[in-house]
Design a protein around this ligand. Structure first.
Ligand code: TYM
Length: 332
């Protein structure tokens, strides 16, 4: 079976709808067809300042959310990145294959560093994409389900794999991005030309999976639309409505065309009201499930330990062959 790996950062109390529709939903589906490795990337999280207690709590909450949305530990290795030391080890080797300028061209780094100021941005933030390449290449990954914002990091990963293979002999599988076009970028509800993100100016455009569902419903009902009245998908003229249609379609498995027909002659208010209901109906049982995983931390930690064990079997074999090719003297 072809392999899949993906990761998500434990940097918020809750995942958001962009994470879910852009990536996590695909994680769940790919379990049917692929051998799947999914990790909570705590090493990536510390590239910006984290409170230790909060980080620990969010790591468990992240795992609980992944289980609740359908990551199945019987079929997937679900693990915490820092439990598999090979990630940091391979990252170092790959850093030594990465050009300084090449890393400096990563747009997410440039954006984040610009926000923090170059004296405050850490070196870890700079090398973040190389660690991500290590995550992927360690598992001889064929496909990487992510949102559009990770495309450039995938491109770097492919360049590093190619470079390493041609310099030291074929070592890594060449990974492909797995980006589902329709939901690759979910937009902010208040600013429907910007991506939905936890770093937006206000939280009103962001739907968090674990927030009070009433709050989510309200955010949908007050989503920014346009002065027209026709419910029609048109990214240029109707960015807000198009985003709502994308979300609605993804959550119900009804096509956008079906929805356009269903809302003919109705207004934006109807669309929002119905979508708010769909969302509440989906998220309410999901939250209960997350809570039940969090109520049994011992079991949660066991699942993560088993996932790390499975991940290490693969990761350690890849790292051993990398070390050998690089010319490191085997440890006795
Ligand atoms: P992260 O934690 O920021 O986001 C997790 C996933 O959610 C996707 N995403 C979105 N998709 C659509 N619309 C949005 N508005 C939206 N916002 C976020 C992201 O594309 C991502 O797939 N660097 C990664 C984590 C990572 C990783 C990896 C991913 C570390 N190692 C190895 C894949 C493979 C990140 O910061 O994702």
């Amino acid at each position: 079976r072809l392999r899949v790996l993906s990761g998500i950062q434990p940097t918020a109390d809750s995942f958001h709808l962009g994470n879910y529709l852009g990536a996590l939903r695909q994680w769940v589906r790919l379990q049917d067809t692929h051998e799947t490795f999914y990790c909570v990337v705590d090493l990536h999280a510390i590239t910006v300042e984290q409170d230790p207690k909060v980080l620990l709590e969010r790591t468990r909450r992240s795992a609980a959310q992944l289980l609740a949305i359908g990551v199945d530990p019987a079929r997937s290795a679900l693990f915490v990145q820092s439990h598999v030391p090979e990630h940091a080890q391979l990252s170092w080797v790959l850093e030594c294959q990465t050009g300084f300028g090449e890393a400096g061209r990563m747009t997410q780094f440039k954006d984040k560093a610009a926000k923090q100021g170059s004296d405050h941005a850490s070196v870890g933030l700079f090398t973040y994409p190389v660690l991500m390449a290590a995550d992927i290449l360690l598992y001889q990954t064929n496909a990487v389900p992510v949102g559009e914002d990770q495309r450039q990091h995938l491109e770097l990963t492919r360049n590093l794999a190619q470079r390493f293979n041609s310099r030291f002999g074929k070592t890594f599988v060449m990974p492909e991005p797995f980006i589902v076009k329709d939901t690759a970028k979910i937009y902010d509800l208040q600013e429907p030309t910007a991506k939905m993100s936890k770093s937006a100016a206000t939280g009103n455009g962001l739907i968090e999976l674990l927030e009070d569902p009433k709050r989510s419903a309200k955010k949908i009902r007050s989503a920014v639309t346009d002065t027209g009245r026709e419910v029609r998908f048109d990214r240029e003229e109707k960015a807000g409505v198009s985003n709502l249609l994308t979300i609605y379609s993804a959550l119900t498995e009804r096509t956008v065309a079906e929805l356009e027909t269903a809302y003919e002659g109705k207004g934006y208010g109807d669309l929002k009201k119905d979508l708010a209901e769909v969302l509440v109906d989906w998220v309410t049982p999901l939250q209960e499930s997350v809570q039940s995983y969090l109520d049994d931390v011992a079991e949660l930690d066991r699942i993560l330990a088993a996932g790390a064990h499975r991940a290490r079997e693969v990761a350690s074999a890849t790292l051993a062959s990398v070390y050998e090719r690089i010319g490191f003297l085997p440890a006795g």
